[in-house]
Design a protein around this ligand. Structure first.
Ligand code: NDP
Length: 485
C-alpha cells in the first residue's frame, strides 16, 4: 500500500504535479524508523527547462497584478495552511523526523505567518516622489523577475514560505528546490498557493541534488538566488550567481555564542540554552552552540541544565508527548556522533548524553559538554546536532572577544539582569540575529540572517522586500533640455 506521505508526483510545475521517472530516484526515509516512505525523482534537464520557462513566462503578468490582488492570494494561502496545520505538521514530521509537538507550532504555522505578513505588505510596496524645483524624480519598486529558492532539510515548509512569500509579494516568480533529504513539504506549499488563486507557474517546485541546484543557479533567465544551506555550499552558489551578476540571499551556518552572566536568572538561562541547542534535535542554523557561562554560576548552571535535559522525552515523533526527535538522516547522525567522539578525545567533560539512543531510528541523546575550550573542534565547527558546548569565562571584555573569534556570525544571545550590559554586549557582538534574555525566537516581523561567513541579505520583515525587489528611478523634466551644442 502506498504510504500517505508519497506525493502524487515529484515536481510541481505550471500549477500541476509533473513526473519524469527518467530522473534519479530519491528515497524518502522516515528518520524515526529508517523506513522508506516515499520516492521522488530528481529533475531531468527537461523538467528543469519546463520549470524555468514556465516561471519566466508567468512572472510578468503576476507582477502586473496589483499588490492588493497578489497579497489577497498569499493571505488566502496562509488561511488554508492554518486550516490544514495538523496534516501539514504530520507531513513535516515524516519529511524531517521532528516531533509533532514541534511541527504543530513551528512549521506550517511559521509558513502561514510569512504568507500572511508578506501578503499584507504587498499592496504597500511603493516608490518615492523626489521634488527638484520644477522637475522631479519618482522611484518605483519593481520585481527582480525569476527567483530560485534552494532549501536545507531542517525546515522544509518554513524555508519554502520564507523565500516564496516575499518573492511573490514583490511580483517575482519562483522555482524552488528543496533539499533532496526532505522533498515532500514544499510540494504542498505549491499546491496550496494554486488553490488560493495564484496563477499557474508563479511558484514551482523541482526535486534534485546539488547538480539540479547548480543548473538553476547558472541559468541566464534567473535573476536572483536565495539559498539556505551550509557555508561551503553558499560559497559555491554565491560564486556561480556572481558569474551571472544575479542578486543573492545567503542564509548559511553558524557557531553562535550564548553568553550567560552570573547575575542571570538560572532557569531562564538554562531554558535559553535548551531552546538554543536541542530544539529540532539541534538541527537549527542559529543555535547558540557555544554557551559561555561566567565562572560564578557555572556548577549551578550545569547541575540545573543536566536535570532539565534529563526530562527530554525521546520517542515516536507522532506522539505529541515526545519532545525530542531523531537526526534527519543516518549520515547526519554519524557526523554528529563523530563530533561527540572528538569532544571526548579532546578532553571536554561529558555532563550528559554522548551516545546514540538505544532505540530504532537515528536518535542521539541530548549531549552537554563542559570545560570546553576555544580551540576544541566542538567549539569551532558547526555540528548541526544536539551537542552543547559549555565554556567558562571571567570578564565581559574577554567573553566578547572570544565570542567573536569565529568565521561565523549568524546569531548571539546574552542572559543578564543588567540591561545596560546586555545592550552593550549585543552591540559588540558580530552577529545578525541577536537575543536578550531569550534565544531562537524567529518571528516573521524581525529580520533574520547573518554577518561574516553566515550569510548575505536578510529574510523576513520589511528587509526581505529589499532583497526581492529593486528600485527604478525616473527623472522627469518639465522644461526644455539644455545641451552644450
Ligand atoms: P547544504 O549546504 O548541503 O545544502 C543546501 C541546499 O543546497 C540543498 O538543497 C542542496 O541540495 C543544495 N546544493 C548543494 N550543492 C549545491 C550547488 N553546488 N549548487 C546549488 N545547490 C546546491 O545544507 P544542508 O541541507 O545540509 O543543511 C544544513 C546547513 O544549512 C547547515 O550548515 C545550516 O547551518 C544551514 N542552515 C542555515 C539556515 C539559515 O537560515 N541561516 C537555516 C537552516 C540551515 P542537496 O542537499 O539535495 O544536495
Amino acid at each position: 500500500m502506498t504510504h500517505p506521505a508519497q506525493p502524487k508526483a515529484s515536481h510541481f510545475i505550471n500549477g500541476e504535479y509533473v513526473e519524469d521517472t527518467a530522473g534519479t530516484p530519491i528515497p524518502v526515509i522516515y528518520a524515526a524508523t529508517g523506513e522508506q516512505i516515499a520516492t521522488v525523482h530528481a529533475a531531468t534537464p527537461a523538467i528543469v527547462e519546463q520549470a524555468l520557462s514556465t516561471a519566466k513566462a508567468a512572472q510578468k503578468a503576476w507582477a502586473r497584478m496589483t499588490g492588493t490582488e497578489r497579497g489577497r492570494i498569499l493571505r488566502r494561502a496562509a488561511d488554508i495552511m492554518r486550516e490544514r496545520n495538523h496534516d501539514l505538521s504530520v507531513l513535516e514530521t515524516y519529511d524531517t523526523g521532528k516531533p509533532l509537538q514541534e511541527t504543530l507550532v513551528a512549521d506550517a504555522t511559521s509558513g502561514a505567518d510569512a504568507l500572511e505578513y508578506f501578503g499584507g505588505l504587498a499592496a504597500s510596496l511603493t516608490g518615492e516622489h523626489i521634488p527638484l524645483g520644477e522637475d522631479w524624480v519618482y522611484t518605483k519598486r519593481e520585481a527582480l523577475g525569476l527567483c530560485v529558492g534552494i532549501g536545507a532539510w531542517n525546515y522544509p515548509t518554513q524555508i519554502a514560505c520564507w523565500k516564496g512569500a516575499p518573492a511573490l509579494a514583490c511580483g517575482n516568480s519562483m522555482v524552488f528546490k528543496p533539499s533532496e533529504t526532505t522533498p515532500l513539504c514544499a510540494l504542498k506549499v505549491a499546491e496550496i498557493l494554486i488553490e488560493a488563486g495564484a496563477p499557474a507557474g508563479v511558484f514551482n517546485v523541482v526535486q534534485g541534488m546539488g547538480e539540479v541546484g547548480g543548473a538553476l543557479v547558472t541559468d541566464p533567465r534567473v535573476d536572483k538566488v536565495s539559498l539556505t544551506g551550509s557555508v561551503p555550499t553558499g560559497k559555491k552558489v554565491y560564486a556561480a550567481a556572481a558569474e551571472g551578476m544575479k542578486h543573492v540571499t545567503m542564509e548559511l551556518g553558524g557557531k553562535s555564542p550564548l553568553i550567560i552572566f552570573d547575575d542571570a536568572d538560572i532557569d531562564n538561562a538554562v531554558g535559553g540554552a535548551i531552546n538554543g541547542n536541542f530544539y529540532s534535535s539541534g538541527q537549527v542554523c542559529s543555535n547558540g552552540t557555544r554557551v559561555f557561562v561566567q565562572k560564578g554560576i557555572k556548577e549551578k548552571f550545569l547541575a540545573r541544565l543536566a536535570e532539565r535535559t534529563g526530562n527530554a522525552i525521546l520517542g515516536d515523533p507522532m506522539d505529541e508527548a515526545t519532545s525530542f526527535g531523531p537526526m534527519v538522516t543516518e549520515n547526519q547522525m554519524n557526523i554528529v556522533l563523530g563530533y561527540i567522539e572528538k569532544g571526548k578525545e579532546e578532553g571536554a567533560r561529558l555532563i550528559c548524553g554522548g551516545r546514540r539512543a538505544d532505540m530504532d531510528g537515528y536518535f542521539i541523546e541530548p549531549t552537554v559538554f563542559a570545560d570546553v575550550t576555544d580551540d576544541m573542534t566542538i567549539a569551532r565547527e558547526e555540528i548541526f546536532g544536539p551537542v552543547m558546548s559549555v565554556l567558562d569565562f571571567d570578564t565581559e571584555e574577554e567573553v566578547v572577544a572570544r565570542a567573536n573569534d569565529t568565521e561565523f556570525g549568524l546569531s548571539a544571545g546574552v542572559f543578564t539582569k543588567d540591561f545596560t550590559r546586555a545592550h552593550r554586549v549585543i552591540g559588540n557582538l558580530e552577529a545578525g540575529s541577536c537575543f536578550i534574555n531569550s534565544y531562537n525566537d524567529a518571528p516573521v516581523e524581525a529580520p533574520f540572517g547573518g554577518v561574516k561567513a553566515s550569510g548575505v541579505g536578510r529574510e523576513n520583515s520589511k528587509e526581505a522586500i529589499k532583497h526581492f525587489s529593486q528600485v527604478k528611478s525616473v527623472y522627469v523634466r518639465m522644461g526644455d533640455v539644455e545641451a552644450a551644442f
